[in-house]
Design a protein around this ligand. Structure first.
Ligand SMILES: [Zn+2]
Length: 334
């Protein structure tokens, strides 16, 4: 028994040593294991991120799919919007056409300019829209909308004007030029020089507009006021920039008429005149090469073709015949 007990005497010390050792061994690997775990998590995280970057550069993520779909929907909606703006523009164009050729001619008012009503805005206005793949779509839509807005504005101005005209319809019908400025039988050999805003100078080869109509007739032929109005200019002196002796009548409603190269003005500035009243006599003054009357109709400061104001009841054939007779004028020095 004592032999057996001997080792058991030593045992507690051995066990204690072993326990201490184990504690040291166990304590060290615990820190190590935590460190390894963190390292693994980090590596795992980096790998997953890398995989994600690589994946998303080759394939769409569900979120990107959503964005792409939204973009496609937006483009479709923009196209639909453009179609609707185009339809509205067509309607407004119809109204403008009717305004020009029905309403305005009803009041014997000159037509609105058919071309050049709308001049697009400068490119700078659309600069904020520049810079991505959708620029052409956005800019196109904005331009369409701007064009529509401007046409609408011009039309509303035109209708305001027509409203005012209809209020004064009676007064207007006697004021607006509507007869020949000389007796038709006084015309010499049917010689009429045409209104031509694009007349070319034969030698200088540049545009020198003929802003009126020339009637070849003897000196002293009576000149009639073509509508009721007030005398603005009655000039019996000088050259007057080539017009010679001349009369300018103001008919209101935006209309004026000019009678140039006269031998005599029989009215004075400020006089009220009536349609058909004799206001002067034809002559050969100013930049004139032969006896004739130069007659202008000016609408809102712009010379328009007087042919449209000779006779409101002129038939289509008469009108054509008249235009046929008109030739390049040779009554004035260019
Ligand atoms: Zn002329």
């Amino acid at each position: 028994m004592t032999q057996k007990e001997q080792p058991s005497d030593k045992q507690p010390t051995l066990v204690r040593e072993a326990q201490m050792l184990t504690r040291e061994v166990v304590a060290a690997p615990f820190r190590l294991r935590t460190y390894r775990l963190i390292r693994r998590i980090l590596i795992g995280f980096i790998l997953v991120s890398l995989a994600n970057v690589i994946f998303s550069s080759f394939f769409y993520t569900p979120k990107m799919y959503g964005i792409v779909r939204e973009n496609r929907d937006l483009i479709i909606k923009y196209r639909i919007l453009q179609d609707r703006i185009r339809a509205a523009q067509r309607k407004v164009d119809d109204i403008r056409h009717r305004d020009n050729f029905v309403y305005r001619s009803l009041f014997s008012t000159d037509t609105l300019a058919v071309d050049g009503v709308y001049t697009p805005y400068a490119d700078e206005k659309y600069a904020p829209l520049q810079g991505d793949a959708y620029t052409p779509l956005m800019e196109g839509t904005w331009r369409q909308l701007d064009a529509l807005a401007r046409t609408l504005y011009l039309e509303s101005v035109s209708f305001d004007e027509l409203q005012a005209l209809s209020d004064n319809k009676g007064k207007m019908s006697t004021a607006i030029p509507a007869i020949w400025p000389i007796d038709r039988t006084a015309l010499r050999n049917d010689r009429i020089g045409a209104f031509n805003p694009r007349r070319m100078h034969p030698i200088l080869h540049r545009v020198q507009a003929h802003t009126g109509v020339d009637f070849g007739c003897d000196v002293g032929t009576p000149v009639y006021a073509t509508g009721d109005g007030t005398v603005e200019i009655a000039d019996n002196s000088g050259y007057n920039g080539g017009y010679g002796r001349q009369i300018l009548l103001n008919h209101q409603f935006g209309y004026k008429t000019r009678y140039a190269h006269l031998s005599k003005a029989l009215v004075r500035p400020g006089d009220r005149v009536h349609r058909g009243q004799i206001i002067g006599e034809t002559g050969n003054t100013g930049r004139s090469t032969g006896p004739h009357l130069h007659y202008e109709v000016i609408h809102k400061g712009v010379p328009v073709n007087p042919v449209n104001y000779f006779n409101r009841n002129m038939s289509a054939e008469e009108y054509e015949q008249l235009l046929e007779k008109m030739r390049e004028t040779n009554f004035e020095k260019l």
